[in-house]
Design a protein. Structure first.
Length: 178
């Protein structure tokens, strides 16, 4: 029997996802998951090594690279998405030039990872309802040791009525898919 004739056959949809933003998504005014407009899923690239022998070329798999993950946050006024993201960047050790002091700690991996917390992207399955993720049908991507690589605030213009968005790029070591 073809898969499309059964009522249980339901593909994943690109618009059914939830992003948990770790430490910057607290209940006390953090960035809630619903302001995340879009997200790229992790990408794995396997490097290659080529060996030549006489008239032949042989290819071997090489190192695994995990590409950056990016997401777009709608610039909410309450909670203030920009301020929360900037605070997370400061939590990683970034200091404004006006705040520099000898006791300050520069940006470092431990602080950057701790400041951001665990990031998960849940791609909901076909029968998940009302945002309730079913363990059987959801794909959960957990980014390990993620830190903020890039924050891009919107370009303001008088001739643009669009909602303001903040783009964020994350670097991470690897991800787990459950």
């Amino acid at each position: 029997m073809p898969f499309w004739t059964t009522k249980e056959s339901e593909p994943r949809r690109n618009f059914k996802f939830i992003v948990s933003l770790g430490n910057i998504a607290s209940e006390e005014g953090g960035i809630p998951g619903w302001v995340v407009k879009n997200v790229t899923l992790p990408k794995v690239t396997v490097g290659e090594s080529t060996t030549h022998y006489l008239n032949h070329r042989f290819n071997y798999p090489g190192l695994v690279t995990y590409n950056d993950v990016s997401f777009t946050v709608v610039e909410a006024v309450n909670p203030a998405s920009s301020k929360i993201l900037f605070t997370a960047l400061q939590g990683s050790g970034y200091q404004l030039p006006s705040d520099l002091d000898a006791a300050g700690v520069p940006i470092n991996r431990a602080a950057a990872v701790t400041s951001l917390g665990e990031i998960t992207i849940t791609h909901l399955g076909g029968d998940d309802t009302a945002g309730a993720a079913s363990a059987n049908n959801s794909a959960i991507y957990s980014l390990k040791n993620a830190w903020i690589k890039d924050i891009e605030w919107p370009q303001l213009a008088y001739d643009n009525e669009d909602v303001s968005e903040v783009k964020v790029v994350l670097k991470y070591d690897y991800f787990e898919l459950t």
